[in-house]
Design a protein. Sequence first.
Length: 414
Amino acid sequence: MARGPGDRRPGRPEPDRELLRRARRTLAVRNTVAIALVLLFVGAVVLFVVHREESSALAASIRHTAATEEDVVDPPAGSWIFRLDAAGSLTATEDAPAGFPDRAALERVHAGGPAEQSRHGDYLVVTRRRGTAAVQVVGSLATEYEETRRLLAALGAAELLGLAAAALAGWLLAGRATAPLGEALARQRRFVADASHELRTPIAQLHTRAQLLDQDLRGGATGADLATDVHRLVAGTRQLGEIVDDLLLSTHLADRTEAGTEVDLGVVADGVAGSFAERARARTIELTVHTDPDRPSIVHGREAALRRVLTALVDNALNHTRDGGHIRIELDRLDGPDRVRLIVRDDGTGFAPGDAERLFDRFARGHDDHRRFGLGLALAREVVTGHGGTIEAANLPGGGAAFTVRLPAGGRLP
């Protein structure tokens, strides 16, 4: 627990970056392919419908021409009329395409057969009887084919633009989809880094103390001689347990869905002070709690997390207060009826000027030495921020420090 600036965290490892890039590329390609297939399907449906409608419109126009035109002169553009009268005489529109009329169809209809409709290459042919004559209308499909080609070109351009948009959308969607993966990897990596930093030294110390205790036992040391080593071993296990608690707490701080309850910070402060009473007495440090009995300091939050905040602040104060010093926990609502203020004051060593904002960084180091501190204050800030509050540190005139926490009074968590 700390008063000092934080260590610079290492950059994201290359394997993690490559994993995220690969996952994003894969998702982007899949999203792009899916969107492209949808666009192709829509384009194919549009082409089919338009082509069918154009064919139907052309057939209807030709049938109408065959039913209404009185002669073979001046037919609609792109069509030609052939007429076989009762005497077998054939008249035709000028400049008719080669291969027409379809004489066999004309003769079948002229002989009393039903009306016929067929395709001959790039032409649609309708033959029907009209009075005593048989009429055959030939319509060119060139206009329809030209419209289809223009539609294909437009759809192709739209598909290319849609594909580019799909690629961009796929990349953006993939980025959003892989963001939780990146966050999970970052949490995992940070937890491993935290554990490796925090556990290495205390475990090594415990191992050394256990070795010394083993040597004393093998050397026939008495109980009085072993008391110091046992006391240090117990203290080391306690410190290791606190570190493990901090690490476990850090893995749950991102979960804000846990329901809060009404918490009386005065009760929490009394409990925390009681848990440190023996440690404070052993160093003749006066640890006191000051609350306003007429105005309880009630907040809405997670009691265990708030207790951990106060524990971190008191532990930090004890670590930086000389024997015979004073630590004071104050609770009031001087900031207004909607805010609760918690202050932990000590008359200890304080911290280096300019470090007030950096004290709450993980793995803080002081400017005046090379000590690396723990996660306590960093986790305290995360808890307070998660409860919609603020925490700040300040040096006191004459020595010592004050840590001030402000929390919403009652109400719901943000």
